[in-house]
Design a protein around this ligand. Structure first.
Ligand code: ADE
Length: 244
């Protein structure tokens, strides 16, 4: 049997996994064996009795830096385990850091097509730069804000990937319309009651006229994208101009 899509998470806090994922769609997928999640406790690779994983930064300054030797040993052991499990030459290695390239749906789709991923969660001020140089590590950020560690970012990344794996989201349709799949943000949704606190559902959605509904949703998606995300809107306009 071939292994399902698998994530290895290198962390100082293995007890944080699967954490909230256990209560989502991903939790069911995990229980159903649609993907696998392995935690690697970086501290298990420490060399001393105190299980030290970090030290003060050369050059001075605040905080602590994760040691290159300990982290690299954890990473190399994990990469070997990933190769043995997946039988694949390459499994992307992602270090979650606010310094990384912002994660987007395109990268999430590519990660879902890979056999799995190795995720490195940093704490303290970060990890020794030499580990990043010595390994094919991709630095990825969740956005322009700072978390106290990479773990919540790793959980978010796994959630985003897992919902794209075959069999995880029931209706294939519910993926194709959503934000970013079309290059636009999603249109607004409504359900019963038809009138709530004096607010009615837009008439067109009650009309049963499929083409008009599709057109209305497209217009709303475009309006919301243009209003909120000039970056996405420009890219979308460029793309539609080329396709025409
Ligand atoms: N670690 C700390 N902050 C982060 C962020 N914004 N994205 C990814 N990993 C992080």
């Amino acid at each position: 049997m071939t292994a399902p899509w698998s994530a290895w998470v290198l962390t100082l806090f293995p007890e944080m996994f699967p954490g909230p994922l256990a209560h989502t769609l991903a939790g069911k997928a995990l229980a159903d064996g649609l993907f696998a999640l392995h935690t690697v406790a970086i501290r298990d690779f420490a060399h001393d009795r105190h299980r030290t994983v970090d030290d003060t930064p050369f050059g001075g300054g605040p905080g602590m830096v994760m040691r290159a030797d300990v982290l690299a040993e954890a990473l190399e052991a994990t990469a070997a385990a990933a190769r043995a499990t997946l039988g694949a030459e390459t499994c992307p290695i992602v270090y979650l850091t606010p310094r990384g390239r912002p994660l987007d749906q395109e990268r999430v789709r590519a990660l879902a097509r890979a056999p799995g991923v190795i995720l490195i969660c940093g704490r303290y001020e970060g990890i020794d730069q030499r580990v990043i140089e010595a390994h094919p590590i991709e630095e990825v950020s969740l956005g322009d804000f700072v978390l106290s560690g990479g773990e919540p970012a790793a959980l978010a990344l796994i959630d985003a990937v897992v919902r794209l794996l075959p069999g995880v989201v029931g209706q294939a349709d519910s993926l194709s319309d959503e934000s970013f799949e079309t290059g636009l943000l999603e249109y607004p949704h409504y359900t019963r009651p038809r009138v709530w606190q004096g607010r009615s559902v837009p008439e067109v959605l009650l009309s049963g006229h499929h083409e008009n509904i599709v057109a209305w949703r497209r217009t709303e998606s475009e309006r919301i994208t243009a209003e909120r995300r000039t970056d996405l809107w420009q890219r979308y306009q460029q793309k539609t101009r080329i396709e025409r």
